[in-house]
Design a protein around this ligand. Structure first.
Ligand code: ZN
Length: 249
């Protein structure tokens, strides 16, 4: 049951607004991602108990929740240091639900710039409600700030004070305004078509089907675009299929 709570989350946001569970039709949400805009095409063949007392079925996964808090410097031991373009006090820790590759709900952590927390919560709420799968979501510090290791582990992450790949300029990740989503399924691919990650080699082409794969024009790309985030899969030459950033770059 997809409740539409996203009505421009007020700042500070993320509180798991108790939705007045309007749905009387116990929609089992089979993980099939139907297009975002068309609901109501499939008149469900729901023969299962019409349970008039809409009691919260034990099988029903919890609603999306997100909590936005300041982040202690100790949590960023590898990813932040003096001289980074954003002070750690201007970063926020988002602790929120995501839907796993195991088809179960999980809680992950993402560190982003305080200016974009609403954007991020808005998008990840949609991903969760769509049951769009994410492998895992941990701070890059779990990988000692090593971008390569985090990617190799298919870890979704955001803030990391590092230069852009192949450049001496700061990456948008260093500002907490970029997210890498399912980096194994959505690799960084050079103009010649190669990726640095052995385990991502079968994911270098687009479009392609697959769990957690992002494709041109799909609902994931659109969800980010709606809050002003651009997709690295649209870059010319090099493609960064995992990369979304506020305002591009
Ligand atoms: Zn990135």
């Amino acid at each position: 049951m997809a409740f539409v709570v996203l009505a421009s989350v007020s700042c500070g946001a993320g509180e798991p607004v108790a939705s007045p569970a309007t749905s009387a039709r116990a929609d089992r949400t089979p993980a099939s991602p139907t297009s975002a805009t068309d609901t109501s095409t499939d008149t469900s063949t729901d023969t299962s108990a019409p349970s008039p007392t809409a009691s919260p079925s034990p099988a029903e996964p919890p609603a999306f929740s997100a909590k936005v808090t300041p982040i202690a410097r100790e949590r960023l031991g590898y990813s932040w240091r003096p001289g980074c373009p954003v002070h750690y006090r201007d970063l926020r820790l988002i602790t929120m639900s995501f839907w796993g590759f195991d088809d179960k709900p999980h809680t992950g952590e993402l560190v982003v710039n305080k200016a974009v927390t609403d954007d991020v919560v808005t998008v990840f709420r949609k991903l969760y409600d769509w049951r769009w799968p994410i492998r895992q979501m941990k701070l890059v510090d779990v990988y000692k700030g090593d971008d390569y290791d985090s990617i190799d582990a298919d870890n979704t992450s955001a803030f990391n004070c590092r230069p852009a790949t192949g450049s001496s300029n700061w990456s948008n990740h260093a500002y907490g305004k970029a997210i890498d989503l399912n980096p194994r399924e959505n690799p960084y691919v050079t103009a010649s078509g190669s990726t640095a990650h052995q385990n991502a080699k079968k994911y270098t082409k687009r479009p392609m089907k697959g769990k957690g794969v992002i494709n041109p024009g799909d609902k994931v790309v659109k969800a980010f675009a709606q809050v002003g985030w651009e997709w690295g899969g649209y870059w010319s030459g090099t493609k960064d299929f995992q990369h979304f950033s506020k305002g591009g770059g």
